[in-house]
Ligand binder design. Structure first.
Ligand code: LLP
Length: 438
């Protein structure tokens, strides 16, 4: 088989065919671009399922009472929800909108956890009406609000309390959630987490099943988890004096993926071994029963499975400075480079194995000079009409997409075994205008 660069960053089925073009899931990426237009997001079902199995398998072998709950903010789609359900993976939602996606797929309510730092009464009512398993509460206001909603519905809602462990996950400031000075969770350090435990245990319509924390995203190291877990479990042990009986413990998500080849993430099995050992050891030293463990990967389930495909338009070569190649998407469908300075690897879809000719900067089509998808990426020669694929685009691209410049959000296809299925159609001008009132 022809070798293609960045193979380990692309979907597991990525290959080059006899025509010298990139294929994913047995489908020719250039043909998909012709059929569905560009920008196009292609998701490889094989990779999604393989990642679900890697999580479920690795954690179950290390810690049998574990459960994987996909964080749907990474990419939410009813077609994906069906796959997750078939793979025995649950779903985290953070809005009524994400809950609506789960409901559209008849996703089992017993497998849904509702997160978020400011859920509305309406969202909580929708969630309780659907009968979801867990709500992770994040403020005193929400403890009162949820208890009230549950009482009016005549139910007792199982909850986790989100705490903040004051531990730095060494990730981008904008996605760092374990440190003290950020908006999520009750800080343990200040005593506010203890107050929250007491307050929640006092509520007759809340059943406090345990504690959750999330360090941030992506976390490329194991140590932040192995530091935070004993710290939080020691807190859980102390809270027994107020009557807390832990059944569930969730160290969140944050599992990294490769975006560029010189920054490889840990294996899923390494995260599983480190987290499981840490939970077990901490329970042992603090005299706690081993809880059910909930893991919440988002990015690691769908990130590698997705590629974003664009057509090359104009180019601009500034002698001695930089070569820009403009494509027909950009920050509207992938805000990550502009927002976090995120790096990406690019493949020429109509010539993945062609030799590199130099570095080019892939620019988007939006009216901002910061709208660059990849800076100085090593690529073969590119001309108008070529098709480029950006690896590892499956997480937090479409889910953060906007209609900036009144552009249309891309179509999405799911590929598997040589078959492509449209799972989201490209938006139209009618979609754009449907909410406007003249
Ligand atoms: N659990 C909780 C409570 C979370 O807040 C998150 C992500 C996850 C799980 C899943 O994290 P993951 O496994 O996907 O790393 N837009 C940013 C990422 C924001 C993540 C927010 N919370 C990005 O594009 O990098």
């Amino acid at each position: 088989m022809t070798e293609i660069p960045n193979q380990e960053l692309l979907p597991m089925t990525a290959a080059a065919n006899a025509a010298g073009r990139l294929t994913v899931g047995g489908c020719d990426v250039v043909s998909l671009a012709e059929t569905y237009g560009t920008p196009l997001y292609i998701y490889d079902e094989y990779t999604i399922r393989a990642m679900c199995r890697a999580f479920v398998g690795s954690f179950e072998s290390e810690y049998p009472d574990s459960h994987v709950s996909y964080s749907s903010k990474a990419f939410a789609s009813p077609a994906l929800a069906k796959i997750l359900d078939e793979e025995g993976v649950g779903m985290d939602v953070v809005t009524g909108g994400e809950l609506a996606i789960a409901r559209a797929a008849d996703f089992p309510a017993a497998e849904i956890n509702f997160h978020g730092n400011n859920k509305s009464r309406a969202e909580l009512e929708e969630a309780l009406d659907y009968g979801i398993e867990l709500v992770t509460v994040d403020s005193m206001y929400e403890i009162d609000l949820l208890d009230d909603v549950a009482r009016k519905k005549g139910v007792t809602q199982q909850v986790l309390l989100r705490v903040s462990p004051s531990i730095d996950g060494h990730t981008h400031l904008l996605t760092s959630t374990g440190v003290l000075d950020q908006k999520f969770g009750f800080p343990i350090e200040t005593g506010q987490a203890e107050e929250a435990v007491k307050h929640a245990l006092d509520k007759s319509n809340l059943d406090v099943a345990g504690i959750h924390f999330h360090l941030g995203s992506p976390i490329f190291e194991l140590e932040p988890y192995t530091q935070a877990i004993p710290y939080v479990l020691e807190f859980v042990a102390e809270m027994r004096k107020h009557g807390l009986e832990q059944r569930i413990f969730s160290p969140g998500g944050g599992f990294a993926i490769g975006y560029v080849s010189d920054t490889p993430p840990p294996e899923i099995s390494e995260y599983a071994a480190a987290i499981s050992a840490s939970v077990r050891e901490a329970c042992d030293s603090f005299g706690l029963d081993e809880p059910r463990l909930i893991l919440e990967p988002g990015r690691a389930i769908v990130g590698r499975a997705g590629v974003a495909v664009y057509s090359v338009g104009g180019t601009k070569d500034i002698p001695g400075v930089r070569k820009y190649v403009s494509v027909d998407g950009g920050m509207g469908d992938n805000i990550r480079p502009a927002l976090y300075g995120a790096g990406y690897s690019v493949v020429k879809a109509n010539g993945p194995a062609e030799p590199v000719a130099g570095n080019v900067t892939i620019a988007g089509k939006y009216c901002e000079s910061g709208d660059l998808l990849a800076k100085d990426a090593p690529l073969p020669p590119l001309e108008t009409g070529d098709v480029v694929a950006i690896a590892a685009s499956g997480a937090y691209c479409l889910s953060m997409a906007s209609n900036y410049n009144m552009s249309l959000r891309p179509a999405v296809v799911l590929v598997n075994d040589g078959e492509a299925r449209l799972i989201r159609r490209r938006e139209t001008y009618d979609d754009l205008l449907s909410s406007s009132i003249l």
